[in-house]
Ligand binder design. Sequence first.
Ligand code: ADP
Ligand code: MG
Length: 598
Amino acid sequence: MIAPIERFDQLDLQAPILAALAEIGYETPSPIQAACIPHLLAGHDILGEAQTGTGKTAAFALPALDRVDLAQRNPQVLVLAPTRELAIQVAEAFQRYASKMPGFHVLPIYGGQSMVVQLRQLQRGAHVIVGTPGRVMDHLERKSLNLDNLTTLVLDEADEMLRMGFIDDVEWILEHTPTARQTALFSATMPDAIRRVAHRYLRDPKEIKIKAATATVSTIRQRFLQIAGPHKLDALTRILEVEDDFDAAIVFVRTKTATVELAEKLEARGYAAACLNGDMTQQLRERVIEQLKNETLDIVVATDVAARGIDVPRVSHVINYDIPYDTEAYVHRIGRTGRAGRSGNAILFVAPRENHLLRQIERATKQPIELLKLPSREAVADKRVAAFRQQVSEVLESEDLSFFLDVIAGIEEKQDVDVHEIAAALAFLAQKDRPLQMQDTGKPDIAQIAAGKTDRPVREPRENRGEILERRRDYAEGRLARYRIDVGREHMASPKDIVGAIANEAGIESRFIGQINLFEDYSTVELPADLSNDVVQILRRARVRQQPLNLRLASPEEASRERGRPAGRGAPPKKPFRKDGPPGGFSGGFKGPKKPKF
Ligand code: ADP
Ligand code: MG
Protein backbone atom coordinates (compact mmCIF):
# COMPACT_ATOMS: atom_id res chain seq x y z
CA MET A 1 0.00 0.00 0.00
CA ILE A 2 1.47 3.33 -1.08
CA ALA A 3 1.06 6.32 1.21
CA PRO A 4 -1.70 8.64 -0.04
CA ILE A 5 -0.52 11.56 -2.13
CA GLU A 6 -1.24 14.80 -0.38
CA ARG A 7 0.94 17.30 -2.17
CA PHE A 8 1.78 17.89 -5.81
CA ASP A 9 5.51 17.71 -5.09
CA GLN A 10 5.02 14.06 -4.13
CA LEU A 11 4.22 13.48 -7.78
CA ASP A 12 7.16 13.12 -10.04
CA LEU A 13 6.42 16.25 -12.07
CA GLN A 14 8.99 18.65 -13.51
CA ALA A 15 9.85 21.77 -11.52
CA PRO A 16 8.27 24.27 -13.94
CA ILE A 17 4.93 22.45 -13.66
CA LEU A 18 5.08 22.42 -9.85
CA ALA A 19 5.96 26.12 -9.91
CA ALA A 20 2.95 26.90 -12.09
CA LEU A 21 0.64 24.93 -9.77
CA ALA A 22 2.00 26.80 -6.76
CA GLU A 23 1.29 30.07 -8.52
CA ILE A 24 -2.25 29.01 -9.47
CA GLY A 25 -2.78 28.03 -5.86
CA TYR A 26 -3.71 24.37 -6.05
CA GLU A 27 -2.77 22.92 -2.69
CA THR A 28 -3.44 19.27 -3.00
CA PRO A 29 -4.17 16.93 -5.91
CA SER A 30 -7.82 15.98 -6.22
CA PRO A 31 -8.58 12.25 -5.89
CA ILE A 32 -8.71 11.64 -9.64
CA GLN A 33 -5.41 13.50 -10.05
CA ALA A 34 -3.72 11.58 -7.28
CA ALA A 35 -4.95 8.33 -8.78
CA CYS A 36 -4.21 9.00 -12.45
CA ILE A 37 -1.04 11.08 -12.58
CA PRO A 38 1.40 8.39 -11.39
CA HIS A 39 0.00 5.86 -13.91
CA LEU A 40 0.08 8.32 -16.76
CA LEU A 41 3.64 9.34 -15.89
CA ALA A 42 4.54 5.65 -15.95
CA GLY A 43 3.12 5.36 -19.45
CA HIS A 44 -0.04 3.37 -18.73
CA ASP A 45 -3.38 3.83 -20.44
CA ILE A 46 -6.20 5.09 -18.24
CA LEU A 47 -9.94 4.56 -18.14
CA GLY A 48 -11.15 7.21 -15.71
CA GLU A 49 -14.67 7.67 -14.46
CA ALA A 50 -15.39 10.78 -12.41
CA GLN A 51 -18.06 13.43 -12.22
CA THR A 52 -17.60 16.92 -13.63
CA GLY A 53 -15.75 19.27 -11.37
CA THR A 54 -13.43 16.62 -9.98
CA GLY A 55 -10.33 18.02 -11.72
CA LYS A 56 -9.99 15.70 -14.69
CA THR A 57 -8.28 18.31 -16.86
CA ALA A 58 -5.19 18.55 -14.67
CA ALA A 59 -5.27 14.78 -14.19
CA PHE A 60 -4.35 14.33 -17.87
CA ALA A 61 -2.79 17.71 -18.66
CA LEU A 62 -0.04 17.64 -16.02
CA PRO A 63 1.49 14.28 -16.95
CA ALA A 64 1.05 15.12 -20.64
CA LEU A 65 2.99 18.36 -20.16
CA ASP A 66 5.63 16.50 -18.24
CA ARG A 67 6.35 14.38 -21.30
CA VAL A 68 6.22 17.16 -23.91
CA ASP A 69 9.43 17.81 -25.81
CA LEU A 70 9.44 21.57 -26.36
CA ALA A 71 12.04 21.34 -29.15
CA GLN A 72 9.65 19.25 -31.23
CA ARG A 73 6.98 21.31 -33.02
CA ASN A 74 4.75 18.51 -34.26
CA PRO A 75 1.77 17.77 -32.02
CA GLN A 76 2.62 15.28 -29.31
CA VAL A 77 -0.62 15.41 -27.39
CA LEU A 78 -4.14 15.38 -28.81
CA VAL A 79 -7.18 15.95 -26.63
CA LEU A 80 -10.65 15.35 -28.06
CA ALA A 81 -13.46 17.27 -26.40
CA PRO A 82 -17.17 17.31 -27.28
CA THR A 83 -17.74 21.04 -27.71
CA ARG A 84 -15.97 24.20 -28.72
CA GLU A 85 -16.43 25.59 -25.19
CA LEU A 86 -14.77 22.62 -23.61
CA ALA A 87 -11.96 22.57 -26.15
CA ILE A 88 -11.18 26.19 -25.37
CA GLN A 89 -11.45 25.58 -21.64
CA VAL A 90 -9.06 22.64 -21.77
CA ALA A 91 -6.60 24.56 -23.98
CA GLU A 92 -6.64 27.41 -21.49
CA ALA A 93 -5.95 25.02 -18.65
CA PHE A 94 -2.94 23.62 -20.52
CA GLN A 95 -1.68 27.16 -21.03
CA ARG A 96 -1.98 27.92 -17.34
CA TYR A 97 -0.29 24.72 -16.22
CA ALA A 98 2.50 25.41 -18.73
CA SER A 99 3.01 29.05 -17.78
CA LYS A 100 6.57 28.29 -16.66
CA MET A 101 7.44 26.35 -19.80
CA PRO A 102 8.64 29.04 -22.25
CA GLY A 103 7.88 28.27 -25.87
CA PHE A 104 5.04 25.90 -25.03
CA HIS A 105 2.20 26.07 -27.48
CA VAL A 106 -1.34 24.67 -27.31
CA LEU A 107 -3.89 25.07 -30.09
CA PRO A 108 -7.64 24.61 -29.81
CA ILE A 109 -9.35 23.64 -33.08
CA TYR A 110 -13.08 23.42 -33.52
CA GLY A 111 -15.83 23.84 -36.08
CA GLY A 112 -17.06 27.30 -36.81
CA GLN A 113 -13.56 28.74 -36.74
CA SER A 114 -12.07 29.93 -40.03
CA MET A 115 -10.24 27.13 -41.82
CA VAL A 116 -7.68 29.53 -43.22
CA VAL A 117 -6.71 30.76 -39.77
CA GLN A 118 -6.61 27.23 -38.44
CA LEU A 119 -4.43 25.94 -41.25
CA ARG A 120 -1.96 28.77 -40.64
CA GLN A 121 -1.88 28.05 -36.91
CA LEU A 122 -1.35 24.36 -37.54
CA GLN A 123 1.50 25.14 -39.89
CA ARG A 124 3.20 27.15 -37.21
CA GLY A 125 3.10 24.08 -35.04
CA ALA A 126 1.85 23.29 -31.53
CA HIS A 127 2.83 20.83 -28.86
CA VAL A 128 -0.72 20.11 -27.82
CA ILE A 129 -3.91 20.13 -29.91
CA VAL A 130 -7.31 20.25 -28.26
CA GLY A 131 -10.11 19.75 -30.72
CA THR A 132 -13.64 18.67 -31.39
CA PRO A 133 -13.81 15.32 -33.22
CA GLY A 134 -15.32 16.64 -36.45
CA ARG A 135 -12.69 19.29 -36.98
CA VAL A 136 -9.81 17.05 -36.02
CA MET A 137 -11.05 14.50 -38.54
CA ASP A 138 -11.26 17.18 -41.22
CA HIS A 139 -7.66 18.15 -40.64
CA LEU A 140 -6.46 14.57 -40.59
CA GLU A 141 -8.20 13.96 -43.91
CA ARG A 142 -6.68 17.09 -45.42
CA LYS A 143 -3.35 16.08 -43.97
CA SER A 144 -3.03 19.49 -42.38
CA LEU A 145 -2.68 17.81 -38.99
CA ASN A 146 0.31 15.53 -38.73
CA LEU A 147 0.15 13.14 -35.81
CA ASP A 148 3.28 11.13 -36.57
CA ASN A 149 4.88 12.27 -33.34
CA LEU A 150 1.79 11.79 -31.20
CA THR A 151 2.57 10.21 -27.85
CA THR A 152 -0.63 10.84 -25.91
CA LEU A 153 -4.27 10.87 -26.91
CA VAL A 154 -6.96 11.94 -24.44
CA LEU A 155 -10.70 11.50 -24.86
CA ASP A 156 -12.27 14.00 -22.50
CA GLU A 157 -15.96 13.73 -21.60
CA ALA A 158 -16.33 10.59 -23.67
CA ASP A 159 -19.96 10.06 -22.67
CA GLU A 160 -20.81 13.53 -23.87
CA MET A 161 -19.12 12.81 -27.20
CA LEU A 162 -21.20 9.66 -27.45
CA ARG A 163 -24.35 11.55 -26.59
CA MET A 164 -23.64 14.13 -29.25
CA GLY A 165 -23.16 11.46 -31.87
CA PHE A 166 -19.39 11.82 -32.28
CA ILE A 167 -18.47 8.29 -31.40
CA ASP A 168 -17.85 7.15 -34.99
CA ASP A 169 -15.58 10.11 -35.57
CA VAL A 170 -13.73 9.36 -32.37
CA GLU A 171 -13.15 5.76 -33.42
CA TRP A 172 -12.01 6.92 -36.83
CA ILE A 173 -9.45 9.19 -35.18
CA LEU A 174 -8.33 6.40 -32.87
CA GLU A 175 -7.72 4.27 -35.93
CA HIS A 176 -5.74 6.98 -37.71
CA THR A 177 -3.26 7.83 -34.97
CA PRO A 178 -0.01 6.00 -34.17
CA THR A 179 -0.74 2.83 -32.23
CA ALA A 180 2.30 3.35 -30.02
CA ARG A 181 0.53 6.20 -28.28
CA GLN A 182 -0.68 6.34 -24.71
CA THR A 183 -4.45 6.74 -24.45
CA ALA A 184 -6.53 8.14 -21.61
CA LEU A 185 -10.30 8.11 -21.66
CA PHE A 186 -12.30 10.19 -19.18
CA SER A 187 -16.01 10.11 -18.73
CA ALA A 188 -18.55 11.12 -16.10
CA THR A 189 -20.49 7.92 -16.74
CA MET A 190 -19.48 4.62 -18.32
CA PRO A 191 -22.17 3.49 -20.75
CA ASP A 192 -21.55 0.23 -22.63
CA ALA A 193 -20.66 1.95 -25.86
CA ILE A 194 -17.81 3.80 -24.14
CA ARG A 195 -16.61 0.67 -22.42
CA ARG A 196 -16.52 -1.07 -25.80
CA VAL A 197 -14.40 1.70 -27.29
CA ALA A 198 -12.08 1.51 -24.28
CA HIS A 199 -11.62 -2.24 -24.63
CA ARG A 200 -10.95 -1.93 -28.29
CA TYR A 201 -8.46 0.92 -28.28
CA LEU A 202 -6.87 1.10 -24.83
CA ARG A 203 -3.99 -1.19 -23.90
CA ASP A 204 -4.50 -2.84 -20.56
CA PRO A 205 -5.85 0.36 -19.05
CA LYS A 206 -5.76 1.15 -15.37
CA GLU A 207 -9.38 1.64 -14.41
CA ILE A 208 -9.96 4.47 -12.02
CA LYS A 209 -13.33 5.33 -10.66
CA ILE A 210 -13.89 8.22 -8.31
CA LYS A 211 -17.21 8.14 -6.53
CA ALA A 212 -19.15 11.36 -6.74
CA ALA A 213 -17.96 13.44 -3.76
CA THR A 214 -21.45 13.32 -2.38
CA ALA A 215 -24.47 12.12 -4.22
CA THR A 216 -24.43 15.37 -6.17
CA VAL A 217 -28.13 15.55 -6.16
CA SER A 218 -28.87 14.74 -2.55
CA THR A 219 -27.96 18.15 -1.14
CA ILE A 220 -30.19 19.75 -3.71
CA ARG A 221 -33.87 20.26 -3.05
CA GLN A 222 -35.73 19.56 -6.27
CA ARG A 223 -39.12 20.99 -7.04
CA PHE A 224 -41.24 21.48 -10.13
CA LEU A 225 -43.94 23.85 -11.19
CA GLN A 226 -46.57 23.12 -13.80
CA ILE A 227 -46.62 26.23 -15.89
CA ALA A 228 -47.34 27.13 -19.52
CA GLY A 229 -44.98 29.28 -21.56
CA PRO A 230 -46.73 32.65 -21.38
CA HIS A 231 -46.81 32.55 -17.57
CA LYS A 232 -43.26 31.50 -16.94
CA LEU A 233 -41.88 34.98 -16.42
CA ASP A 234 -44.45 35.87 -13.76
CA ALA A 235 -43.85 32.55 -12.06
CA LEU A 236 -40.10 33.14 -12.08
CA THR A 237 -40.34 36.58 -10.51
CA ARG A 238 -42.73 35.26 -7.87
CA ILE A 239 -40.25 32.53 -7.02
CA LEU A 240 -37.36 34.98 -6.84
CA GLU A 241 -39.37 37.07 -4.44
CA VAL A 242 -40.45 34.38 -2.05
CA GLU A 243 -37.57 31.91 -1.82
CA ASP A 244 -36.09 32.31 1.65
CA ASP A 245 -32.54 31.22 1.01
CA PHE A 246 -32.12 32.99 -2.30
CA ASP A 247 -28.67 34.33 -3.06
CA ALA A 248 -28.00 33.88 -6.79
CA ALA A 249 -29.55 31.89 -9.63
CA ILE A 250 -28.73 30.36 -12.96
CA VAL A 251 -31.79 30.23 -15.16
CA PHE A 252 -31.59 27.72 -18.01
CA VAL A 253 -33.33 28.25 -21.32
CA ARG A 254 -33.02 26.38 -24.59
CA THR A 255 -31.84 28.96 -27.05
CA LYS A 256 -29.35 31.78 -27.26
CA THR A 257 -32.13 34.17 -28.25
CA ALA A 258 -34.08 33.24 -25.15
CA THR A 259 -31.10 33.99 -22.91
CA VAL A 260 -30.97 37.54 -24.23
CA GLU A 261 -34.71 38.11 -24.12
CA LEU A 262 -35.23 36.75 -20.64
CA ALA A 263 -32.21 38.54 -19.18
CA GLU A 264 -33.55 41.80 -20.59
CA LYS A 265 -37.00 41.20 -19.13
CA LEU A 266 -35.54 40.45 -15.71
CA GLU A 267 -33.36 43.55 -15.86
CA ALA A 268 -36.42 45.60 -16.72
CA ARG A 269 -38.01 44.25 -13.56
CA GLY A 270 -35.11 45.42 -11.47
CA TYR A 271 -33.01 42.28 -11.19
CA ALA A 272 -29.25 42.28 -11.66
CA ALA A 273 -29.39 39.80 -14.54
CA ALA A 274 -27.30 39.00 -17.61
CA CYS A 275 -27.21 36.38 -20.32
CA LEU A 276 -24.59 33.75 -20.99
CA ASN A 277 -24.51 32.01 -24.35
CA GLY A 278 -22.28 30.52 -26.97
CA ASP A 279 -22.38 33.64 -29.14
CA MET A 280 -20.49 35.62 -26.54
CA THR A 281 -16.72 35.73 -26.61
CA GLN A 282 -14.88 33.73 -24.01
CA GLN A 283 -13.80 37.02 -22.45
CA LEU A 284 -17.37 38.27 -22.11
CA ARG A 285 -18.51 34.98 -20.66
CA GLU A 286 -15.76 35.03 -18.11
CA ARG A 287 -16.74 38.54 -17.14
CA VAL A 288 -20.33 37.49 -16.55
CA ILE A 289 -19.20 34.64 -14.31
CA GLU A 290 -16.84 36.95 -12.46
CA GLN A 291 -19.72 39.39 -11.88
CA LEU A 292 -21.86 36.57 -10.57
CA LYS A 293 -19.08 35.67 -8.16
CA ASN A 294 -18.49 39.20 -6.93
CA GLU A 295 -22.24 39.84 -6.53
CA THR A 296 -22.53 42.47 -9.25
CA LEU A 297 -24.98 40.05 -10.81
CA ASP A 298 -27.53 37.82 -9.10
CA ILE A 299 -29.06 36.06 -12.05
CA VAL A 300 -27.49 34.55 -15.13
CA VAL A 301 -29.73 33.29 -17.92
CA ALA A 302 -27.82 30.61 -19.79
CA THR A 303 -27.91 27.81 -22.32
CA ASP A 304 -26.68 24.36 -21.34
CA VAL A 305 -23.45 24.56 -23.24
CA ALA A 306 -22.49 28.02 -22.02
CA ALA A 307 -23.10 27.17 -18.37
CA ARG A 308 -21.32 23.85 -18.36
CA GLY A 309 -18.81 23.59 -15.56
CA ILE A 310 -19.65 26.92 -13.93
CA ASP A 311 -18.52 26.76 -10.34
CA VAL A 312 -19.88 29.64 -8.28
CA PRO A 313 -20.66 28.57 -4.71
CA ARG A 314 -23.17 31.36 -4.08
CA VAL A 315 -25.58 29.98 -6.67
CA SER A 316 -28.47 29.01 -4.42
CA HIS A 317 -30.95 28.25 -7.19
CA VAL A 318 -30.99 26.62 -10.57
CA ILE A 319 -34.17 27.36 -12.46
CA ASN A 320 -34.99 25.11 -15.40
CA TYR A 321 -37.08 27.72 -17.16
CA ASP A 322 -37.20 25.54 -20.26
CA ILE A 323 -37.14 21.86 -19.51
CA PRO A 324 -33.87 20.16 -20.57
CA TYR A 325 -33.92 17.72 -23.46
CA ASP A 326 -32.75 14.81 -21.39
CA THR A 327 -31.93 13.71 -17.91
CA GLU A 328 -28.19 14.09 -18.27
CA ALA A 329 -28.56 17.73 -19.17
CA TYR A 330 -30.79 18.08 -16.11
CA VAL A 331 -28.20 16.59 -13.81
CA HIS A 332 -25.48 18.82 -15.27
CA ARG A 333 -27.70 21.86 -14.84
CA ILE A 334 -28.68 21.32 -11.25
CA GLY A 335 -25.08 20.52 -10.36
CA ARG A 336 -24.42 24.28 -10.70
CA THR A 337 -25.98 24.70 -7.25
CA GLY A 338 -25.32 22.94 -3.97
CA ARG A 339 -21.59 23.43 -4.48
CA ALA A 340 -18.79 23.51 -1.94
CA GLY A 341 -20.86 21.68 0.63
CA ARG A 342 -23.77 24.13 0.55
CA SER A 343 -27.35 23.16 -0.02
CA GLY A 344 -29.02 24.12 -3.25
CA ASN A 345 -32.39 24.42 -4.91
CA ALA A 346 -33.44 23.21 -8.30
CA ILE A 347 -36.75 24.30 -9.74
CA LEU A 348 -38.13 22.84 -12.94
CA PHE A 349 -40.81 24.47 -15.06
CA VAL A 350 -42.90 21.84 -16.75
CA ALA A 351 -45.29 22.84 -19.50
CA PRO A 352 -48.48 20.80 -19.74
CA ARG A 353 -47.20 18.60 -22.55
CA GLU A 354 -43.86 17.87 -20.88
CA ASN A 355 -45.03 15.66 -18.06
CA HIS A 356 -43.38 12.56 -19.44
CA LEU A 357 -40.00 14.31 -19.17
CA LEU A 358 -40.61 15.03 -15.52
CA ARG A 359 -41.22 11.33 -14.84
CA GLN A 360 -38.17 10.41 -16.87
CA ILE A 361 -35.98 12.72 -14.80
CA GLU A 362 -37.37 11.33 -11.56
CA ARG A 363 -36.64 7.80 -12.71
CA ALA A 364 -33.10 8.65 -13.76
CA THR A 365 -32.13 10.58 -10.64
CA LYS A 366 -34.04 8.11 -8.43
CA GLN A 367 -35.41 11.04 -6.51
CA PRO A 368 -38.92 12.36 -6.37
CA ILE A 369 -39.33 15.96 -7.42
CA GLU A 370 -41.83 17.79 -5.21
CA LEU A 371 -44.54 20.04 -6.47
CA LEU A 372 -43.75 23.67 -5.77
CA LYS A 373 -46.70 25.67 -4.50
CA LEU A 374 -46.42 29.31 -5.44
CA PRO A 375 -47.46 31.61 -2.63
CA SER A 376 -50.44 33.81 -3.44
CA ARG A 377 -50.30 37.55 -3.94
CA GLU A 378 -51.62 38.04 -0.39
CA ALA A 379 -49.00 35.74 1.04
CA VAL A 380 -46.29 37.74 -0.72
CA ALA A 381 -47.70 40.99 0.70
CA ASP A 382 -47.79 39.44 4.20
CA LYS A 383 -44.21 38.40 3.77
CA ARG A 384 -43.12 41.87 2.75
CA VAL A 385 -44.92 43.39 5.74
CA ALA A 386 -43.32 40.87 8.08
CA ALA A 387 -39.88 41.65 6.69
CA PHE A 388 -40.53 45.35 7.09
CA ARG A 389 -41.62 44.88 10.68
CA GLN A 390 -38.46 42.94 11.33
CA GLN A 391 -36.30 45.70 9.86
CA VAL A 392 -38.01 48.31 12.00
CA SER A 393 -37.52 46.37 15.18
CA GLU A 394 -33.86 45.77 14.35
CA VAL A 395 -33.32 49.49 13.90
CA LEU A 396 -35.12 50.22 17.16
CA GLU A 397 -32.86 47.80 18.96
CA SER A 398 -29.52 48.60 17.48
CA GLU A 399 -29.37 52.20 16.30
CA ASP A 400 -28.90 55.40 18.22
CA LEU A 401 -32.02 57.31 17.20
CA SER A 402 -31.70 60.45 19.34
CA PHE A 403 -31.12 62.79 16.40
CA PHE A 404 -34.13 61.35 14.56
CA LEU A 405 -36.31 61.59 17.65
CA ASP A 406 -35.60 65.31 17.68
CA VAL A 407 -36.50 65.62 14.01
CA ILE A 408 -39.81 63.82 14.60
CA ALA A 409 -40.58 65.89 17.67
CA GLY A 410 -40.02 68.97 15.47
CA ILE A 411 -42.49 67.71 12.84
CA GLU A 412 -45.06 66.79 15.48
CA GLU A 413 -44.87 70.23 17.07
CA LYS A 414 -44.75 72.40 13.96
CA GLN A 415 -47.34 70.57 11.88
CA ASP A 416 -49.48 69.41 14.76
CA VAL A 417 -49.92 65.83 13.57
CA ASP A 418 -50.11 62.60 15.43
CA VAL A 419 -46.88 60.50 15.60
CA HIS A 420 -48.80 57.56 14.08
CA GLU A 421 -49.43 59.55 10.96
CA ILE A 422 -45.82 60.63 10.76
CA ALA A 423 -44.74 57.01 11.14
CA ALA A 424 -47.13 55.96 8.37
CA ALA A 425 -45.75 58.64 6.07
CA LEU A 426 -42.22 57.43 6.75
CA ALA A 427 -43.24 53.84 6.12
CA PHE A 428 -44.65 54.96 2.79
CA LEU A 429 -41.34 56.60 1.89
CA ALA A 430 -39.35 53.57 2.97
CA GLN A 431 -41.27 51.12 0.78
CA LYS A 432 -41.54 53.21 -2.34
CA ASP A 433 -39.05 51.18 -4.35
CA ARG A 434 -40.52 47.88 -3.29
CA PRO A 435 -44.15 48.36 -2.34
CA LEU A 436 -45.51 46.49 0.65
CA GLN A 437 -48.90 46.19 -0.99
CA MET A 438 -49.26 44.05 -4.08
CA GLN A 439 -51.02 45.95 -6.84
CA ASP A 440 -54.19 44.31 -8.00
CA THR A 441 -53.67 44.32 -11.73
CA GLY A 442 -57.02 42.73 -12.42
CA LYS A 443 -55.19 39.73 -13.89
CA PRO A 444 -55.52 36.37 -12.19
CA ASP A 445 -52.84 35.68 -9.62
CA ILE A 446 -49.94 33.64 -11.01
CA ALA A 447 -50.22 31.38 -7.97
CA GLN A 448 -53.73 30.44 -9.07
CA ILE A 449 -52.71 29.97 -12.66
CA ALA A 450 -49.89 27.68 -11.60
CA ALA A 451 -52.28 25.70 -9.44
CA GLY A 452 -54.56 25.28 -12.43
CA LYS A 453 -57.33 27.26 -10.73
CA THR A 454 -58.12 29.66 -13.50
CA ASP A 455 -60.13 28.82 -16.52
CA ARG A 456 -58.49 31.25 -18.87
CA PRO A 457 -57.19 29.27 -21.78
CA VAL A 458 -53.52 29.60 -22.44
CA ARG A 459 -52.95 30.46 -26.06
CA GLU A 460 -49.72 30.25 -27.84
CA PRO A 461 -49.46 33.00 -30.45
CA ARG A 462 -50.15 31.91 -33.98
CA GLU A 463 -48.54 32.97 -37.15
CA ASN A 464 -50.59 35.30 -39.22
CA ARG A 465 -51.61 34.73 -42.76
CA GLY A 466 -49.14 37.31 -44.12
CA GLU A 467 -46.18 35.53 -42.64
CA ILE A 468 -47.32 32.23 -44.04
CA LEU A 469 -47.62 33.71 -47.52
CA GLU A 470 -44.25 35.37 -47.20
CA ARG A 471 -42.66 32.11 -46.24
CA ARG A 472 -44.27 30.29 -49.11
CA ARG A 473 -42.80 32.89 -51.45
CA ASP A 474 -39.36 32.39 -49.95
CA TYR A 475 -39.67 28.71 -50.58
CA ALA A 476 -40.76 29.26 -54.16
CA GLU A 477 -37.84 31.62 -54.74
CA GLY A 478 -35.34 29.15 -53.40
CA ARG A 479 -34.28 31.03 -50.29
CA LEU A 480 -35.57 28.10 -48.26
CA ALA A 481 -34.94 24.47 -48.97
CA ARG A 482 -36.58 21.41 -47.53
CA TYR A 483 -34.35 19.13 -45.51
CA ARG A 484 -34.95 15.70 -44.11
CA ILE A 485 -34.16 14.68 -40.54
CA ASP A 486 -34.26 11.17 -39.10
CA VAL A 487 -36.60 11.88 -36.23
CA GLY A 488 -40.32 11.59 -36.41
CA ARG A 489 -43.51 10.83 -34.57
CA GLU A 490 -42.46 7.39 -33.44
CA HIS A 491 -39.64 9.07 -31.52
CA MET A 492 -42.18 11.30 -29.77
CA ALA A 493 -40.62 14.37 -31.34
CA SER A 494 -42.63 17.56 -31.53
CA PRO A 495 -42.04 20.52 -33.85
CA LYS A 496 -41.02 22.44 -30.75
CA ASP A 497 -38.26 19.94 -29.99
CA ILE A 498 -37.01 20.16 -33.54
CA VAL A 499 -37.02 23.95 -33.66
CA GLY A 500 -35.33 24.04 -30.26
CA ALA A 501 -32.56 21.70 -31.32
CA ILE A 502 -31.91 23.45 -34.62
CA ALA A 503 -31.98 26.88 -33.03
CA ASN A 504 -29.80 25.89 -30.13
CA GLU A 505 -27.26 23.62 -31.77
CA ALA A 506 -26.71 25.53 -34.98
CA GLY A 507 -27.58 29.00 -33.73
CA ILE A 508 -30.22 29.43 -36.43
CA GLU A 509 -32.86 31.87 -35.28
CA SER A 510 -36.31 30.39 -35.21
CA ARG A 511 -37.57 32.88 -37.75
CA PHE A 512 -35.32 31.23 -40.30
CA ILE A 513 -36.85 27.87 -39.56
CA GLY A 514 -39.89 27.29 -41.72
CA GLN A 515 -42.50 24.65 -42.01
CA ILE A 516 -41.99 21.34 -40.25
CA ASN A 517 -43.80 18.19 -41.35
CA LEU A 518 -43.71 15.23 -39.00
CA PHE A 519 -43.99 11.72 -40.40
CA GLU A 520 -43.73 8.34 -38.78
CA ASP A 521 -39.97 7.86 -38.71
CA TYR A 522 -38.67 11.09 -40.19
CA SER A 523 -39.60 14.73 -40.64
CA THR A 524 -38.96 17.46 -43.13
CA VAL A 525 -38.09 21.01 -42.26
CA GLU A 526 -37.56 24.19 -44.22
CA LEU A 527 -34.28 25.92 -43.60
CA PRO A 528 -32.26 28.50 -45.53
CA ALA A 529 -31.04 26.99 -48.78
CA ASP A 530 -27.54 28.34 -48.25
CA LEU A 531 -26.64 26.64 -44.97
CA SER A 532 -22.88 26.53 -44.53
CA ASN A 533 -21.14 23.21 -44.49
CA ASP A 534 -20.29 23.63 -40.80
CA VAL A 535 -23.92 24.17 -39.90
CA VAL A 536 -24.94 21.12 -41.91
CA GLN A 537 -22.30 19.06 -40.10
CA ILE A 538 -23.54 20.25 -36.73
CA LEU A 539 -27.11 19.43 -37.67
CA ARG A 540 -26.22 16.02 -38.93
CA ARG A 541 -25.09 15.17 -35.44
CA ALA A 542 -27.51 17.18 -33.33
CA ARG A 543 -30.06 15.07 -31.52
CA VAL A 544 -33.72 15.23 -30.72
CA ARG A 545 -35.07 12.59 -28.36
CA GLN A 546 -31.72 10.82 -28.52
CA GLN A 547 -32.02 10.47 -32.31
CA PRO A 548 -29.23 11.97 -34.42
CA LEU A 549 -30.91 14.28 -36.94
CA ASN A 550 -28.65 13.21 -39.79
CA LEU A 551 -29.81 16.31 -41.67
CA ARG A 552 -29.71 16.20 -45.46
CA LEU A 553 -31.64 17.68 -48.36
CA ALA A 554 -34.99 15.99 -48.79
CA SER A 555 -35.62 14.05 -51.97
CA PRO A 556 -38.23 15.66 -54.27
CA GLU A 557 -40.69 13.00 -53.15
CA GLU A 558 -40.07 13.65 -49.47
CA ALA A 559 -40.18 17.38 -50.06
CA SER A 560 -43.59 17.28 -51.67
CA ARG A 561 -45.11 14.99 -49.11
CA GLU A 562 -47.61 16.59 -46.82
CA ARG A 563 -48.17 15.79 -43.25
CA GLY A 564 -50.12 12.58 -42.79
CA ARG A 565 -50.61 11.99 -46.52
CA PRO A 566 -48.92 9.57 -48.81
CA ALA A 567 -46.13 10.98 -50.90
CA GLY A 568 -46.54 12.37 -54.35
CA ARG A 569 -49.99 13.97 -54.22
CA GLY A 570 -48.44 17.16 -55.53
CA ALA A 571 -50.28 20.22 -54.23
CA PRO A 572 -48.27 22.70 -52.18
CA PRO A 573 -48.61 22.48 -48.41
CA LYS A 574 -51.91 23.76 -47.17
CA LYS A 575 -51.79 24.93 -43.64
CA PRO A 576 -49.20 22.88 -41.87
CA PHE A 577 -47.21 25.65 -40.25
CA ARG A 578 -46.17 25.00 -36.75
CA LYS A 579 -48.39 26.67 -34.23
CA ASP A 580 -46.27 26.35 -31.22
CA GLY A 581 -43.06 28.29 -31.29
CA PRO A 582 -40.22 27.26 -29.06
CA PRO A 583 -40.21 28.48 -25.50
CA GLY A 584 -38.73 31.82 -24.72
CA GLY A 585 -41.33 33.77 -26.55
CA PHE A 586 -40.26 33.81 -30.14
CA SER A 587 -42.69 32.43 -32.55
CA GLY A 588 -42.45 34.68 -35.56
CA GLY A 589 -42.20 33.21 -39.00
CA PHE A 590 -39.44 33.50 -41.51
CA LYS A 591 -39.23 37.18 -42.18
CA GLY A 592 -38.29 37.03 -45.79
CA PRO A 593 -35.47 38.47 -47.78
CA LYS A 594 -33.12 39.37 -44.93
CA LYS A 595 -30.39 36.76 -45.18
CA PRO A 596 -29.30 34.94 -42.07
CA LYS A 597 -25.63 35.32 -41.34
CA PHE A 598 -24.03 31.91 -41.13
P1 ADP B 1 -13.63 18.23 -14.60
O1 ADP B 1 -12.94 18.20 -15.93
O2 ADP B 1 -13.47 16.97 -13.83
O3 ADP B 1 -15.05 18.65 -14.70
P2 ADP B 1 -11.93 20.49 -14.14
O4 ADP B 1 -10.66 19.93 -14.58
O5 ADP B 1 -12.63 21.40 -15.09
O6 ADP B 1 -12.92 19.34 -13.71
O7 ADP B 1 -11.69 21.21 -12.74
C1 ADP B 1 -12.75 21.85 -12.04
C2 ADP B 1 -12.23 23.03 -11.25
O8 ADP B 1 -11.37 22.59 -10.21
C3 ADP B 1 -11.40 23.99 -12.09
O9 ADP B 1 -11.76 25.31 -11.71
C4 ADP B 1 -9.97 23.70 -11.70
O10 ADP B 1 -9.14 24.84 -11.84
C5 ADP B 1 -10.13 23.28 -10.26
N1 ADP B 1 -9.09 22.35 -9.80
C6 ADP B 1 -8.63 21.26 -10.46
N2 ADP B 1 -7.70 20.62 -9.73
C7 ADP B 1 -7.58 21.31 -8.58
C8 ADP B 1 -6.76 21.14 -7.41
N3 ADP B 1 -5.92 20.14 -7.29
N4 ADP B 1 -6.91 22.04 -6.42
C9 ADP B 1 -7.77 23.06 -6.54
N5 ADP B 1 -8.56 23.28 -7.61
C10 ADP B 1 -8.47 22.41 -8.62
MG1 MG C 1 -13.59 18.42 -17.83
